[in-house]
Design a protein around this ligand. Structure first.
Ligand SMILES: CC(C)(COP(=O)([O-])OP(=O)([O-])OC[C@H]1O[C@@H](n2cnc3c(N)ncnc32)[C@H](O)[C@@H]1OP(=O)([O-])[O-])[C@@H](O)C(=O)NCCC(=O)NCCSC(=O)C[C@@](C)(O)CC(=O)[O-]
Ligand SMILES: NC(=O)C1=CN([C@@H]2O[C@H](COP(=O)(O)OP(=O)(O)OC[C@H]3O[C@@H](n4cnc5c(N)ncnc54)[C@H](OP(=O)(O)O)[C@@H]3O)[C@@H](O)[C@H]2O)C=CC1
Length: 424
């Protein structure tokens, strides 16, 4: 964990100087984050071993979220994103949360589930019960596939069996519930599912078909909570409007989709920076955003607490790991993990959830007050200036004019740039 996540004036430094300041504040050896420099990042040869038909490497900006305190520890958060204002917004909300001690987090055990679909079982109810009778045998068979995981304290914790009626018949679906410790766990549980499928089919009296994890990782939940000070937000009326904004997201799927996208702005950025599977986390999150009444809803809640402050909470599946996937292979992901200073996948999951809550709060606060354009567009204006060909020296002047004219548009940027050059 960082010595301090408050770094004054970080935005005003050069990229190289920021790396130095971040390493210093994090208390890590600058060499451990040297891979953040593009020339020391992912090499073509390594990329060629990661996926197929490699023709190049896509660069995505990597920023650092500042001001985070998670469970009493300062933490500097690596965030990979192409979207302007995401890193600033997360840092902004984390700064407000600091007033009341930052983020408090918790999580369940890292349990992932694999499904084994059994087809053609003539007596599905009895098949379900036969499988449960064979629980210990199936667990032993699955555990034998990954002795190392068991050695680390993981392994199958239980078996659940569901009956799923469908238009093509009723399937018996066995779930292996596996503690995957510090892995994301997909490969680990898929191996187990394939290994037990034939025996499960024999016991149930059918044939096995799909043997794959579920990304609805609802036994692997991570939670974050933070209090946002009423006075720092601008008073009671702002607090009430933030609660109204959150209430609309709870009640209306059209708003919930955008509200949750705001949460994922932060979550996906850290998931990507640490080499984890963004699609797995995204599908888990959206599958969790269904209310008891079956309606798509918001993943977070904002309430007014007894002191009149906003208290925000977020709970969602967070299947991320430190040992598999790209996390160990990608040098930038390794550096990101070292900057975070986390030792377990659960610690990583909880920090990611805190960032999701911060990100969400910053956006909702902006929407409930001045609107999204002022803060977001003032940062997005730099993109527009670059798009129309402004050089690094020209960007500040072009941005200043776009904001002053309240026209953050490419056509106007072209005109402003032409004027600047004509005057030079
Ligand atoms: C953009 C801000 C932060 C400006 O907010 P501000 O109040 O003008 O910022 P400030 O200059 O007073 O700085 C406050 C803190 O923000 C951070 N900060 C501020 N600027 C920078 C910067 N350039 N570089 C780095 N950090 C920055 C920084 O931490 C700073 O404190 P410090 O640590 O310096 O003492 C604010 O307006 C904000 O939070 N807006 C929300 C923006 C947002 O959510 N963007 C995401 C993209 S929009 C979207 O996709 C999601 C959405 C909106 O649709 C979701 C939804 O609908 O719910
Ligand atoms: N639907 C989905 O989401 C799918 C995702 N994937 C991909 O699967 C990958 C993740 O799978 P995952 O199983 O995590 O990766 P790995 O198989 O690479 O890593 C897990 C393995 O690491 C070993 N290990 C070493 N130390 C530990 C520890 N402390 N805790 C736990 N395990 C440890 C274990 O045994 P051992 O050393 O014996 O291997 C374990 O099985 C991602 O790349 C993801 O994109 C794949 C298929 C589907």
């Amino acid at each position: 964990m960082a010595r301090s996540s408050r770094i004054q004036g970080l935005r005003d430094l050069s990229v190289e100087a920021r790396r130095k300041a971040v390493a210093e504040s994090a208390g890590v050896d600058p060499a451990s984050i040297a891979a953040f420099a593009p020339e020391q990042g992912l090499a073509t040869g390594a990329a060629d071993h990661m996926i197929e038909n490699v023709v190049g490497i896509l660069g995505i900006p990597l920023g650092v979220g500042t001001n985070f305190v998670v469970n009493g520890h300062d933490v500097l958060v690596p965030m990979a994103t192409e979207e302007a204002s995401v890193v600033a917004a997360a840092s902004n909300a984390a700064k407000i949360a600091r007033i009341h001690g930052g983020f408090h987090t918790s999580s369940t055990a890292p349990i992932m589930q694999a499904q084994v679909q059994l087809v053609g079982v003539t007596d599905p109810e009895a098949g379900r019960v036969r499988l449960l009778e064979a629980r210990d045998e199936l667990i032993a068979l699955a555990d034998a596939q990954d002795e190392k995981l068991v050695e680390f304290g993981g392994g199958v914790r239980d078996i659940a069996v569901r009956l799923v009626p469908s238009r093509a018949g009723t399937y018996v679906v066995a779930h292996l519930q596996v503690d995957v410790r510090d892995a994301m766990g997909a490969n680990a549980v898929n191996t187990m599912a394939e290994a037990v499928a034939a025996r499960a089919a024999e016991i149930a009296g059918g044939r096995s078909l799909l043997r794959i994890l579920t990304n609805k990782a609802d036994l692997r939940l991570s939670r974050a909570r933070a209090v946002f000070d009423a006075e720092a937000l601008g008073g009671e009326a702002v607090v009430d409007d933030i609660v109204h904004a959150a209430a609309l997201a709870e009640a209306d799927p059209y708003r919930a989709a955008t509200h949750n996208k705001g949460i994922m702005n932060g979550i996906s950025a850290v998931v990507l920076a640490t080499g984890n599977d963004t699609r797995a986390v995204e599908s888990g999150a959206h599958s969790h955003a269904i209310s008891a009444a079956g309606q798509y809803t918001s993943l977070s809640r904002f309430e007014k607490d007894a002191d009149g402050n906003v208290v925000g909470t977020l709970e969602l599946p967070m299947p991320v790991g430190l040992v598999g996937g790209a996390t160990k292979v990608h040098p930038v992901a390794r550096a990101a993990v070292s900057l975070l200073g986390v030792r377990t996948a659960s610690e990583l999951a909880e920090i990611i959830t805190a960032v999701g809550l911060a990100q969400n709060f910053a956006a909702v606060r902006a929407l409930a007050t001045e609107g999204i354009q002022r803060g977001h567009m003032s940062l997005h204006a730099r993109n527009i200036a670059t798009t129309v060909g402004a050089t690094a020296d020209e960007v500040p002047a072009v941005v200043a004019r776009l904001l002053a004219d309240r026209k953050v548009r490419a056509d106007h940027a072209e005109q402003v740039l032409a004027e600047l050059r004509a005057r030079a």
